[in-house]
Design a protein around this ligand. Structure first.
Ligand SMILES: *Cc1c(COP(=O)(O)O)cnc(C)c1O
Length: 372
């Protein structure tokens, strides 16, 4: 009998100079947040995206904390963001004492429906925070127009969007501040890790200060504001740099996985597949995500896959339905039907960079047999 096949929802691919660079950290003793790899990773990642300054941090959520803090929001200030996303951006806004104002998603791309933003703008609105979801970017032109018209800052959460473009321009190059994550399921990883990008040197200096306990350039240990220790280590940056050397290969592989599943499932019916392309971008399939027609159907599909040791994840849960925010009195009686539906009915298949061709075919075969 053959050994039981297990396909986790994500496996990273560490096939380049990761080991070599890590050993260099150990051999030279540069293991903390000082070291050449950090500078190189910041410079090269910023250049890759097309921004002037990169500030490496401990993870993507930390990058969002710093990005929001750098906006100098006051209590009652509002930041417009999607309800369908990971909690990190909402956490950062709430912790800064400001108020997240939510927008529903587009049912096809699952990204913020940008045509619903303007109705949410008030005199208290200070910024728009866009989150590119699952592999396709937000439709940026209407957002950029609103930012200009109402003099709003733009924060871009490009944590899932390394190398993706919007009308040929890299995601992460639109925001006054943009952030990335290098968690192991992202297109490039540093184990844990994140980065802020900006073209504004003053903003860059402020982000660097906030990542390092808000130390002042003058007398050390005297502080004028609250910062964090959100520093990235040289070892994380060593892995990140090695990954960055292979980013184009990673993008090709992710698209191959997405296109393969799309091709195999095209006649399946009954489940909504990811959109391969829009007018402004080709999907990079951060994850291979699908939406079932009902919550029950979604649960059955996920359970059946689980019985075959195929890992899945449910979709994000809407911000307006988060118990933690409801307890705080936020988003009372708000409804966002498109997001509520996909949050309940959506899930994704194994689609990590370390997925073998045999595992990919196995997952596709099993999914077809379950879903037919
Ligand atoms: C992964 C992710 C984050 C958080 O990144 P961490 O490094 O895990 O903290 C933030 N935003 C989005 C959209 C993400 O997908």
């Amino acid at each position: 009998m053959s050994e039981q096949r297990v396909v986790p929802v994500n496996t990273p691919l560490l096939s380049g100079n990761e080991k070599k660079y890590i050993l260099e950290c150990i051999d030279t003793g540069w293991i903390s947040s000082e070291g050449e790899f950090i500078k190189q990773f910041e410079t090269q990642f910023a250049a890759y995206i097309g921004m002037n300054h990169g500030i490496a941090v401990s993870n993507g959520s930390a990058a969002l904390d710093i990005a929001i803090q750098a906006l100098n929001l006051a209590a009652g200030d509002e930041v417009i963001m999607p309800t369908f996303t990971i909690i990190s951006p909402a956490l950062s806004i709430v912790r800064a004492g400001a108020t997240p104002v939510l927008v529903d998603c587009d049912p096809a791309t699952w990204n913020m429906d940008v045509h619903q933003i303007e109705a949410k703008i008030t005199p208290k609105t200070k910024a728009i925070l866009v989150v590119h979801i699952y592999g396709l970017p937000v439709d940026m032109d209407p957002v950029l127009q609103l930012c200009k018209k109402y003099n709003l800052k733009l924060v871009e959460d490009a944590a899932e969007m390394h190398g993706q473009t919007y009308n040929g321009k890299k995601c992460g190059s639109f925001g006054d501040i943009s952030i990335f994550s290098f968690y192991p399921n992202k297109h490039i990883t540093s184990g844990e890790g994140g980065m802020l990008l900006t073209n504004d040197v003053t903003l860059s200096e402020r982000c660097k200060k906030l990542r390092n306990l808000a130390f002042e350039p003058g007398r050390r240990f005297i502080h004028h504001e609250l910062g964090w220790n959100y520093r990235m280590t040289n070892m994380q940056a060593a892995i990140g740099l090695a990954q960055l050397e292979n980013i184009d290969k990673h993008l090709v592989k992710k698209r191959e996985i997405g296109n393969y599943y799309n091709h195999r499932f095209k006649n399946l019916g009954g489940v909504q597949l990811p959109v391969p392309q829009t007018a402004y971008a080709e999907n990079i399939y951060w994850v291979y995500a699908m939406v079932a027609p009902t919550e029950e159907r979604c649960q059955i599909l996920v359970q059946e896959l689980g019985k075959m040791n195929i890992g899945t994840r449910p979709f994000f849960w809407c911000m307006h339905e988060q118990p933690v925010f409801q307890k705080m009195g936020l988003f009372k009686n708000e409804r966002y039907p498109n997001s509520e539906k996909i949050a309940r009915n959506g899930f994704y298949l194994p689609s990590g960079l370390g997925l073998s061709q045999a595992d990919l075919e196995f997952v596709a075969d099993k999914f077809i047999s379950i879903a037919s």
